[in-house]
Design a protein around this ligand. Structure first.
Ligand SMILES: Cc1cc2nc3c(=O)[nH]c(=O)nc-3n(C[C@H](O)[C@H](O)[C@H](O)COP(=O)(O)O)c2cc1C
Length: 241
């Protein structure tokens, strides 16, 4: 099969920006709210007293490596707070936009962040959703989900020994209502920025992290009660010790 016969090539080709396509009217895709929140969920307020002293950015860049050998050790709330700040922390307000640590096409922020806390000294094991406006974790389910996540990630055992697993989903409408089909490219780019921030922050804090792209999409959507259409999982990363 030549590359030209793939769906991927067709997608890339058909979503190239050209002088002509700029003026083509995109399909009407209604937008969706910029924030997802679970009003009735119990909350864990995240807190950062001070940013810790760390190595220089360039030292951290030189040190970052995907690391998968974890020892089921507990992660503190402070560490989880710093990691959440690195991924999606609000750093400025511009009108109705909450600008974050990671850039986002059109400041539309299509990525939602979920955490599976496996081992923590201060946060009960369970599935959580990161509330951006409150900087809090909303608890969706209690319990240890490490073994289930390992199965969903094609048996990769480090998902069960990580202290915490970050799970990112995309709310497609947020970006596609503005950018149409091309918006899907931006959604994945957005998520890459977020994940890299997590990897660098983990390195800075002396934690071990690894991105994970291999997982059964539908099973993970089911675990988080996502419909896979309006919102669908796209990427994971483990953090452990
Ligand atoms: C999009 C993406 C998906 C990945 N998926 C997995 C994965 O499912 N399992 C895994 O062990 N590593 C995964 N990795 C990590 C790569 O194997 C790793 O980045 C690569 O071997 C280079 O090593 P380094 O990250 O230590 O520089 C993924 C990396 C990326 C960027």
């Amino acid at each position: 099969m030549s590359l030209k016969d793939t769906l991927a090539y067709t997608y890339l080709k058909n979503t190239n920006l050209t002088l002509r396509s700029i003026f083509r009217r995109e399909k009407d895709i209604a937008p969706s709210p910029p924030f997802k929140e679970y009003p009735n969920a119990p909350r864990v307020k995240l807190e950062i007293e001070d940013f810790p002293e760390t190595s220089s950015l360039f030292q951290i860049l030189a040190e970052r490596r995907s690391k998968r050998n974890y020892r089921r050790l507990e992660i503190s709330k402070e560490e989880i707070s710093l990691l959440c700040f690195a991924t999606q922390g609000v750093t400025a307000i511009a009108g109705s936009y909450l600008l974050r640590t990671a850039p986002s096409a059109g400041a539309l922020y299509p990525i939602e962040t979920y955490l599976a806390v496996n081992f923590s000294s201060e946060i009960a094991p369970g599935l959580y959703h990161l509330n951006i406006r409150e900087f809090s974790l909303e608890r969706l389910a209690e319990g240890y989900f490490g073994e289930i996540l390992k199965e969903i990630a094609l048996g990769q055992s480090f998902l069960s020994t990580a202290s915490v697993v970050f799970i990112w989903s995309a709310v497609l409408r947020r970006t596609m209502s503005k950018y149409g089909e091309r918006g899907l490219r931006y959604i994945f780019l957005d998520c890459g920025h977020i994940c890299q921030n997590l990897l660098l922050a983990s390195t800075a804090l002396g934690l071990k992290a690894c991105p994970v792209g291999a997982f059964f999409d539908e099973d993970l959507n089911d675990l988080l009660h996502l419909d896979g259409e309006e919102e669908t999982v796209i990427y994971l990363a483990t953090v452990g010790k």
